[in-house]
Ligand binder design. Structure first.
Ligand SMILES: [Zn+2]
Length: 143
């Protein structure tokens, strides 16, 4: 019986890993990272950082800081790649995107946790390159 349960567990894990790989290229779960390219790995490291810091991406402070940052940048005609990402991000300013597996388990891809990891990915993990207004959310005990 144990052998059968173990075999099914492995099979189901492989199935889920394959679905994840085909739809998003990686995943992070409580600090465990699976990724298939350096870019996806950096993105998943962003999720791991978010987890390690206590999920600042889910705080009202981060959500407000993101929207304020983008609004101020637009008002001051000071756009950059991060501003452009925020203003067109699924689950932040647009509906969640329809992404196979993510849609199945969480209703779509996007939202502030994905934005957090995407910003980390965009600066290639170099927190110093994150705009000052958002940088503190990527640092230990500063948000
Ligand atoms: Zn992600």
């Amino acid at each position: 019986m144990k052998t059968i349960i173990l075999r099914y567990s492995i099979l189901i894990t492989l199935l889920f890993a394959t679905l994840y790989e085909n739809s998003i290229g990686g995943f992070e779960y409580h600090g465990f990272i699976y990724c298939k390219s350096p870019t996806f790995c950096t993105h998943e490291q962003g999720h791991a950082l978010d987890t390690r810091l206590g999920n600042p991406s889910q705080s009202d402070a981060f959500n407000t800081a993101v929207i304020d940052y983008a609004n101020h940048a637009l008002l001051n005609n000071n756009r950059n790649a991060i501003v452009d990402t925020i203003i067109a991000f699924p689950g932040v300013t647009l509906p969640m995107s329809n992404n196979g597996f993510a849609t199945l388990v969480q209703g779509g891809w996007g939202g502030f946790s994905e934005l957090y990891a995407t910003i980390y990915q965009m600066v290639d993990g170099d927190i110093e390159s994150i705009p000052d207004e958002l940088q503190r959310f990527y640092e230990v005990r500063s948000w």
